[in-house]
Design a protein around this ligand. Structure first.
Ligand code: OFO
Length: 171
């Protein structure tokens, strides 16, 4: 058991948040395939893997601190009838929510004087800046083309070039 049960509980909750993120991006990958956008599908599939890696980081950390893992149900993602733009808008809104979760967790670690968790969360604070910026960049491009098919084709081709990060440490 970790010194602070509140922190232990919050870290477990975050594992669930990260697994939900993975599940949501997997649903977005399927929706992109339905829209005939293979590059978007590739992008969301890679994002799905990154989210699994995030969950893994929290999982390993809890075990390393002699904490107890309690896995709960993963909610159903509400994805359906989307457009390329609505998918990335949902992605951004979700990442903003995750940023808030990480920030609340960090506040809690401070209140509980859990310095190790406070430091552990630094990586996620930085990661969230990138997560939000990535989604925002695609939204900007989609707004710029304003539904133009040629533009969408080019964006799809660009998203097709996203490669999975080679190791957990580099994600
Ligand atoms: Fe998308 O960063 Fe984790 O959840």
């Amino acid at each position: 058991m970790m010194k602070s049960q509140k922190v232990e509980l919050a870290l477990n909750k975050q594992i669930n948040e990260e697994l939900f993120s993975a599940y949501m991006y997997l649903a977005m990958a399927a929706e992109s395939d339905r829209l005939g956008l293979p590059g978007f599908t590739n992008w969301f599939k890679i994002q799905y893997s990154e989210e699994l890696a995030h969950a893994d980081r929290f999982f390993n950390y809890v075990l390393e601190r002699d904490g107890i893992i309690k896995l709960e149900s993963i909610a159903q993602p509400e994805i359906g009838g989307e457009t390329a733009l609505s998918l990335f808008k949902k992605a951004l809104t979700h990442e903003q929510h995750i940023t808030q979760c990480i920030s609340d967790l960090k506040d809690l670690a401070k209140v509980e004087s859990d310095h190790a968790t406070d430091v552990f969360l630094e990586w996620f604070i930085t990661e969230q800046v990138e997560e939000e910026a990535n989604a925002r960049a695609v939204i900007d491009q989609l707004r710029m083309i304003d539904g133009n098919a040629n533009g969408l084709f080019l964006i799809d081709r660009e998203l097709a070039s996203r490669k999975a990060a080679p190791t957990n440490e580099q994600q």
